[in-house]
Design a binder for this molecule. Structure first.
Ligand code: FMN
Length: 218
């Protein structure tokens, strides 16, 4: 593991998708840091409506290997993180979240009352439009993005993974029967057994606009 720390900008610039890994385990303190940073990611209405299942055991790995159709990452990476979106989490009690924000001096009683009512109304609107899953996935994806960058800073390699059968991933992590949960992303983590060059990005003027979609920046 390299002990050099990278700035966020360096992590963004140097991170690559790594598909092949050395068998070395991820040190427990590095994994703890990674997970602690992952849950620092913001969520809509501070719902914290995503969870991360850390898979390191043979049975879980076998399930994820089957779910990902032979991709090398689950076969080789010592750690696999499954990001689970929780589209129904907003319906559950959130007194602990409000209490914590009060204790931290972030939110007062008046704000909590307003926030609770407004978030309820917002989420009801999403439910009516069939958007709960999409919004929970957004929150899970931001946490996964934090992991990609934090791992880079810690000298660890990652690969985001979309190529899987959702039912099989859910079975592998013990939620095969949970229609209320969705899989957002799998991220493999470990020490790289390959170096990959940057595949490049299109020039920003292709994807970055000014004021209106398609309008070039001056
Ligand atoms: C949401 C998402 C899902 C991805 N799924 C896979 C995957 O299942 N397997 C894989 O090998 N790479 C996967 N990738 C990696 C992309 O192919 C890779 O990010 C892209 O080619 C750019 O390379 P870079 O990450 O090294 O910049 C995924 C990337 C993203 C953002």
């Amino acid at each position: 593991m390299n002990n050099r720390t990278a700035s966020v900008a360096e992590a963004i610039r140097t991170r690559r998708t790594i598909r092949h890994y050395l068998p070395d385990p991820v040190p427990a303190d590095a994994l703890d840091t990674l997970l602690e940073l992952a849950v620092e990611a913001p969520t809509s209405w501070n719902l914290q409506d995503r969870s991360i299942v850390v898979v390191t055991d043979d049975a879980g790995r076998a399930g994820l290997i089957a779910a990902t159709g032979g991709q090398p990452q689950p076969q080789e990476a010592p750690v696999l993180l499954v990001f689970v979106a929780e589209p129904q989490a907003w319906r559950a009690e959130r007194a602990d979240v409000y209490e914590q924000a009060r204790r931290n001096g972030a939110w007062n009683d008046e704000f909590v009352a307003m926030f609770a009512a407004a978030s309820e109304e917002f989420q009801e609107g999403l439910a009516a439009r069939g958007l709960l899953r999409e919004y929970a996935i957004k929150d899970a994806m931001i946490a996964a993005t934090y992991v990609l960058l934090a791992a880079t800073e810690l000298g660890l390699a990652t690969s985001p993974m979309n190529g899987w059968d959702e039912g099989l991933v859910k079975e592998a992590i013990g939620i095969g029967d949970r229609d209320d949960l969705a899989i957002a992303l799998i991220v493999s983590v470990g020490r790289p057994a390959e170096q990959r060059p940057h595949p490049g990005r299109r020039a920003a003027d292709r994807n970055v606009f000014h004021g209106r979609y398609g309008v070039p920046r001056p």
